[in-house]
Each structure stands twice: as structure tokens, then as C-alpha cells.
Design a protein around this ligand. Structure first.
Ligand SMILES: Cc1ncc(COP(=O)(O)O)c(C=O)c1O
Length: 393
């Protein structure tokens, strides 16, 4: 064998004895268990989790109804694929479509955000028979071939595939005049994160989304809202689409959808679903009974506990009280907020963690990200305010 193409291995690092791929910077935090909005460390610290497991832990940790639904479904039937009709799958899809309320009445369950986007893009390309996809600068859509191809900056940083599976153009954020020439009848889909999470909770202007919607309708292009991070009640509305009053043709969602159980979904309008034929989409784990039971219970908890109003109320409190210490402005919506900081966000994140508050950073070096559980209380907002004041400018 020629040695020419053999890639040298990285020298073993001391911490590689744990057999894990070391591809994630790690928070300096060990977690043994969690309850409500608090993470517990082995040395007895209680850390307020405003990062929410990267926007996943929507109903907090150890919610009794969530745990009960998981246990009940595991005992009753842990798994059958989509080839076996299941009541729980129909109930979850029906509840999700009703929760959304925008006429996107057909649901296909898959497993991760990237996979949902992969399916949405594939559908759009097949239906329109066009070859181009338009995405927005700053967006993040996942790590797989199609999702990565529409993720801003991925090609330079980590993409790895020899080429994108379709032609991609990026539209500058908020640039309404550029819409007409960028979205044409050659554009299969425009994929948009209405509030760009990884970029730092950047909420796109309503007029920009409206103009994209209008142009997509003119050119026969399908509009996909990637609500993997900003959907499922995180804005205080069912989806960001509801908040903006802009209805896409497809919504993808994940993260909070199972609130800790891996599940994602593609929601389709009738004019999209009507194209579906046998075998067009597929998955082994997607739509399994455990995932569907968790979608159902998460939607029930959000509704029964009035969590959408709680998200709106706590978000308003954060905006009112937490422009304090190093924070000069707040962007985003609901429990997807970006706190703009005078000093690097990483420093502020580290200082907050010293005060037992976990937050996230983002693609913007001066934005600390809040992705808190929807069950947050006023006292937790007060704790954040006090910590920010303590940190000072
Ligand atoms: C908006 C958005 N889309 C897609 C993804 C990818 O989701 P997953 O990591 O579940 O594949 C993410 C993950 O952070 C995201 O924030």
C-alpha cells in the first residue's frame, strides 16, 4: 500500500483514555443529575441552567409527567417502525399540527435537526425540479451533507464533503432589495432560521421574511423555516412563524420537541404533502413510539402549564432587568435571547458560571446566549440580574 495518502494520526492526548472523540470544547462543569432548572455537581453545587442543554430541556429536568410518559411508553411498547401503524404516532402528529395551527397538517418524524432539514431540502428539490437553494448569511442548519451546505461558513470551517449536493446562494440578512435577483424560478427552496440561534439569537426583520415569502410565492419556490432551535414554544408562540405572521411551506423542528428525548419533525403544507409517494421518505427510528409519546407529553405540558405565557413573561423581565453589568442590549425572542456584552462573551460566561449560572456563547464573540427552560421563574431572572451587576462592566 502506498503511504502517500495515509493521513498521520494526531498525537494521542492525555485525555483520550476516555475513548471519546474530542471534538467539543467542554464546559468546566461536571453534572451528576438535575431537577427543574438546576444542574447538580458532584461537589454539591446547584447551577442555574440558562443554557437548557442547548435549547433542549424545555420543560426543565425531571418533570414528573415527562418521566412518567417515558416510563409508561417504555413498559408498553418501546419500538416499532413506521411500517406498523401506531395510535401514539397519530396522536403526536395531530397535536403537533394543531399546536402549529398554520395549516402545515402533515408531519414526518425523524431524529435530529439536521435530518429534518435534509428531508425538507430533498422534498423541495424533488417537487420543484430546480437545482438551487438559497440560505441566509449567518444561518446554521446542521452537519450533514445538505444541511451543512446551507450553513453559513461551513464550507470554510468544517464541511468535509467534496462538494455541496446542490447549488447554494446566500442572501445577506435583512437585505430586501437583494431578494428579487437571488430568488428566481431556478430556486427550489429558501431555508431560513427566523431567529438565528447559533449566530447569537439574531431575529430577522419581519419585513425581510414577508418579502421572502412573497418572492417564493411568485417564483414557485418552497419556503422552509428551520425552527429546530427557535420553534416549539421557545419564542412564547408555537413557532416563530406564528410570531412573525409568515407561513412557510415547510417547518422543521427538533430540540425542545422531545425536551430530552431525541426526535425531530418535518411539518408540511397540503400542497407539499400532496406530492408524497410511497418510499419518498424513510427512517428506522423516526416516529418510534417512545419519541411520539414524548412529543405528546411535551405539548401537553406546554399547554396545561401555560408555558407559552410564562416564556413571554420571563422574557420581558429579562429584557427589562438584565441590561445590567456588562450587558448593553438584548436581542432575540422568548427564551432564545442574546445578551450583547461589553467584554468577550466567553469571559462573561465564565464569570457567570463562577456564580453558578450556566449560559451559552454564540457565533458572535460579544453575545451570551440564553436558552432557558420554559419553566423559568422571576427569582431566576433576579439571580441573573444580581450576578450581572456583581460582574460589573
Ligand atoms: C437552527 C438549527 N438547525 C439545525 C440544527 C441541527 O440540529 P441537530 O444538531 O439536532 O442535527 C441546529 C442545532 O443546533 C440548529 O440550531
Amino acid at each position: 500500500m502506498s503511504t502517500q495518502n495515509v493521513v498521520p494520526l494526531h498525537p494521542a492526548k492525555a485525555d483520550e483514555s476516555d475513548h471519546l472523540a474530542h471534538v467539543y470544547a467542554q464546559f468546566p462543569l461536571e453534572v451528576v443529575d438535575a431537577m427543574g432548572v438546576y444542574l447538580h455537581t458532584p461537589d454539591g453545587r446547584k447551577v442555574l441552567d440558562l443554557y437548557g442543554g442547548h435549547a433542549v430541556a424545555a420543560v426543565g429536568y425531571g418533570h414528573p409527567r415527562w418521566v412518567e410518559a417515558l416510563t409508561r411508553q417504555a413498559q408498553a411498547l418501546a419500538f416499532q417502525s413506521n411500517a406498523v401503524p401506531l395510535d401514539v404516532r397519530v396522536r403526536a402528529a395531530t397535536k403537533l399540527a394543531k399546536f402549529c395551527g398554520l395549516g402545515l397538517n402533515t408531519v414526518f418524524f425523524v431524529n435530529s435537526g439536521a435530518e429534518a432539514n435534509e428531508n425538507a431540502l430533498k422534498l423541495a428539490l424533488k417537487i420543484t425540479e430546480a437545482r438551487e437553494v438559497v440560505a441566509i448569511e449567518g444561518s446554521f442548519h446542521g452537519r450533514t451533507a445538505a444541511a451543512g451546505a446551507v450553513t453559513w461558513g461551513a464550507m470554510k470551517k468544517w464541511y468535509g464533503f467534496p462538494q455541496a449536493p446542490f447549488d447554494v446562494q446566500f442572501l445577506p440578512r435583512g437585505n430586501i432589495p437583494a431578494i428579487k435577483e437571488t430568488i428566481t424560478d431556478k430556486t427550489a427552496a429558501v431555508i431560513v432560521e427566523p431567529i438565528q440561534g447559533v449566530a447569537g439569537a439574531c431575529d430577522l426583520p419581519k419585513a425581510f421574511l414577508e418579502a421572502i415569502r412573497q418572492r417564493c410565492s411568485e417564483t414557485g419556490t418552497l419556503l422552509i423555516f428551520d425552527e429546530v432551535q427557535c420553534g416549539m414554544g421557545r419564542t412564547g408562540h408555537p413557532f416563530a412563524a406564528n410570531m412573525y405572521g409568515v407561513t412557510p411551506d415547510i417547518i422543521t423542528t427538533a430540540k425542545a420537541l422531545g425536551a430530552g428525548f431525541p426526535v425531530s419533525a418535518v411539518l408540511m403544507a397540503d400542497h407539499v404533502a400532496s406530492y408524497l409517494k410511497m418510499d419518498d421518505l424513510g427512517t428506522t427510528f423516526g416516529g418510534g413510539p417512545m419519541a411520539c409519546a414524548m412529543v405528546e407529553v411535551v405539548l401537553d405540558i406546554i399547554e396545561d402549564e401555560g408555558l407559552l405565557s410564562n416564556v413571554l413573561a420571563r422574557s420581558a423581565e429579562i429584557r427589562e432587568k438584565c441590561i445590567a453589568g456588562p450587558v448593553t442590549a438584548i436581542q432575540g425572542a422568548g427564551m432564545l435571547l442574546g445578551l450583547r456584552t461589553t467584554r468577550p462573551a466567553k469571559e462573561i460566561q465564565a464569570e457567570l458560571l463562577k456564580q453558578d449560572i450556566l449560559t451559552g456563547t454564540s457565533g458572535d464573540p460579544n453575545v451570551v446566549r440564553i436558552l432557558a427552560p420554559y419553566v423559568l421563574k422571576s427569582e431566576h431572572v433576579e439571580a441573573l440580574r444580581a450576578a450581572l451587576i456583581d460582574i460589573g462592566k
